[in-house]
Design a protein around this ligand. Structure first.
Ligand SMILES: Nc1nc2c(c(=O)[nH]1)N[C@H]1C(S)=C(S)[C@@H](COP(=O)(O)OP(=O)(O)OC[C@H]3O[C@@H](n4cnc5c(=O)[nH]c(N)nc54)[C@H](O)[C@@H]3O)O[C@H]1N2
Ligand SMILES: Nc1nc2c(c(=O)[nH]1)N[C@H]1C(S)=C(S)[C@@H](COP(=O)(O)OP(=O)(O)OC[C@H]3O[C@@H](n4cnc5c(=O)[nH]c(N)nc54)[C@H](O)[C@@H]3O)O[C@H]1N2
Ligand SMILES: [Mo]
Length: 568
């Protein structure tokens, strides 16, 4: 979001999901779309069947790579080299859209000078992607008008995550693939309402609608509207909060996050959590973090409450209560309201009064122009609406930046490669990356309780290349120990060519083999988002092999693809 707001002036997918099927080139980078966004992947496959060119840049062979025209199987953390080299080819071969650059952008010269040094041949040495594949991908992307970029965590969860986003934005701006259907730059959002949470201002830098906390005019507007003095400085980012836990942060209210499972370097975090004086969690299940809680407020789940969710394409949609919450469970807003009013009563402040989520939305929309035309009433009548939607008559916006970049001028940003913070070395010779699988959802509080999904994927595992497995006498299904400088966990070996040689991969879902006991907590220099995708590790076979080994399924799903990328 930080990179997108800086370069284009809006932190969301520029285009819509329905436009994917009409794209002629899809550049999918750092997104395991079939497993993490299956519906969107379906649209991508539809485009491929129609004849579109799919380019996948990913260190792993994923289901999508078997549909790809080329798979750029790069070394983890080397995207800046890949993207700068693609920009190099586009500039060197005169494939830029000079008119678009002239009218709609600023800062191009610095980028052109920087990428001149990033030749495809040098890029091949760093990324492992053949120079010809880089040239081919650059040409295909630049010369096709309906060319869209799709990316997720393989781009952002790095210490150079924002640089990666700038690198992609540079490609968009130099080719002018913006402000029209089936093009643009599209971060696929992770959780059902993470877009909505950001839109509503659940970030340390923005009020609702991406209005900056440190903009005096914005702060004044909200002080007037809310009748309270407001801070002028941004708050702490999530990863910084985790580091301040038990230090400057003495009390914590965690609503809907399993922090000791999901946050990086969780062993160190647990130590610091012991230093908290008071921890409240508001939850639908007793998760791992509940072990540390003083108070647990039972929450109602999505099917037990009313409201709106905003999906990846900026579409605000209604959620309606289907069943009553169990026991004393309350919708999250009701619990927050009750807490606020308990404080208000104690301190003699004006109580908060809302008769439901529609009133809360109306208050938000009143001061955030992007949503001014959206209301529960209207969504009930018309169906989902895509922001910006600035008045009750406004139809909503299918794709952004039509007729001009929202920021005014799209901002080019010259970026230089910085390696990931922890690289493989003789002691920890493998590169560990982490992510998700089709059958489980994040902390898996919701997906490991039902029989079906738990059966599909019952045990924690670590993917390892056959050559690396052989060198360690590891066979399919063996119990192995994965160790980094921060911790170790035991899980099953999944011997597979899906990963590059020298790389291993683990899902984050399993509480009994927490990937985050292993990860580094160094963050991106702009956003502090942790480098979940790269750290140094070693793997050893555990001598004693329990009986379950024979029951290990071996493979959960077939993924085709040779060692170093595919060309069909
Ligand atoms: N089934 C299921 N779906 C989910 C979730 C879930 O837990 N389960 N979680 C949801 C959430 S919160 C999110 S944020 C999204 C995330 O969706 P994704 O980002 O697609 O999920 P990840 O598994 O983290 O995979 C990222 C991809 O990046 C690749 N990658 C790793 N390192 C690099 C690198 O250095 N460069 C490049 N180019 N690629 C790299 C990985 O190999 C992987 O294919 O999924 C959402 N959808
Ligand atoms: N190693 C590694 N770690 C990662 C990642 C990675 O790729 N690798 N990805 C990161 C990413 S992108 C994300 S989004 C996080 C996700 O991490 P989390 O946010 O911790 O995981 P979730 O499973 O999405 O949900 C968190 C909690 O919300 C609860 N919950 C569900 N619905 C409701 C509700 O309506 N109300 C309340 N109050 N609670 C509810 C669930 O029971 C669960 O305990 O993990 C991050 N951690
Ligand atoms: Mo996420």
């Amino acid at each position: 979001m930080a990179g997108l707001v800086t370069t284009f002036g809006a932190g969301a997918m520029t285009n819509s999901i329905g436009e994917i099927r009409d794209a002629d080139v899809l550049f999918v980078i750092g997104s395991n779309t079939t497993e993490a966004h299956p519906i969107i992947a379906m649209e991508m496959k539809r485009a491929v069947h129609r004849g579109a060119t799919l380019i996948v840049a990913d260190p792993r062979s994923i289901n999508l790579t078997s549909f790809a025209s080329r798979h750029l199987k790069l070394r983890p953390g080397t995207d800046v080299w890949l993207l700068n080299a693609m920009a190099h080819v586009i500039c060197a071969e005169g494939l830029v859209d000079a008119d678009f650059i002239e009218t709609n952008t600023e800062g191009f010269d610095a980028v052109r000078e920087t990428v001149a040094r990033y030749t495809p041949e040098e890029a091949e040495k760093v990324t492992g992607v053949p120079a010809d594949d880089i040239r081919w991908a650059a040409r295909a992307y630049a010369t096709t008008p309906k060319a869209g970029i799709y990316y997720t965590l393989g781009i952002t969860e790095h210490t150079h995550g924002t640089d990666n986003v700038y690198g992609l934005a540079n490609l968009v701006l130099m080719t002018g693939h913006l402000g029209k259907p089936s093009a643009g730059m599209n971060p696929l959002r992770g959780q059902n309402n993470v877009q909505g949470a950001n839109d509503a201002g659940a970030t340390p830098i923005f009020y609702p609608g991406y209005q900056r906390v440190d903009d005096p005019e914005v702060a004044a507007r909200y002080e007037k509207s809310w009748g309270v003095p407001l801070p002028r400085e941004p708050g702490l980012n999530l990863n910084v909060m985790m580091k301040e836990t038990g230090r400057s942060i003495r009390g914590m209210f965690v609503m809907g996050e399993d922090i000791v499972l999901s946050e990086p370097n969780a062993g160190a975090l647990e130590e610091r959590m012991n230093g908290l004086e008071f921890l409240v969690i508001q939850e639908i299940f007793l998760n791992e973090t509940a072990r540390f809680a003083d108070v647990i407020l039972p929450g109602a789940c999505f099917a037990e409450k009313d409201g709106v969710f905003t999906n990846s394409e900026r579409r605000v949609q209604r959620v309606r209560k289907a069943v009553e919450p169990p026991g004393q469970a309350k919708a999250d807003w009701e619990a927050v309201l009750a807490l606020a009013n308990a404080v208000a009563e104690k301190r003699g402040l004006t109580p908060w009064r809302y008769d439901g989520p529609a009133a809360i939305y109306a208050e938000m929309a009143k001061d955030a122009d992007k949503f001014a035309g959206i209301s529960h009433d209207r969504v009930d009548r018309e169906g989902g609406l895509q922001w910006p939607c600035t008045s009750p008559e406004h139809p909503g916006t299918r794709f952004l930046h039509e007729g001009g970049v929202l920021r005014g001028k799209g901002l080019f940003t010259a970026i230089e490669y910085r390696p990931s913070v922890e690289l493989a070395d003789p002691e920890y010779p493998l590169v560990l990356s982490t992510g998700r699988t089709l059958y489980h959802y994040n902390a898996a509080t919701q997906t490991r309780r039902g029989v079906g999904l738990a059966e599909k994927q019952p045990v924690a595992f670590c993917e390892i290349h056959p050559a690396d497995a052989r060198a360690r006498s590891i066979e399919q299904g063996d119990l192995v120990e994965v160790e980094t400088r921060r911790g170790k966990v035991a899980c099953r070996a999944m011997v597979s060519r899906q990963v590059r040689r020298g790389c291993i991969w683990m899902p984050l879902h399993f509480a009994e083999a927490r990937a985050n006991l292993l990860t580094v907590d160094d963050g991106d220099i702009v956003t502090q988002t942790a480098e979940y995708k790269v750290c140094a590790a070693k793997v050893t076979r555990v001598a004693e092999q329990p009986a379950e080994r024979d029951a290990f399924p071996g493979s959960f799903y077939a993924v085709a693809g040779p060692e170093q990328g595919t060309i069909h």
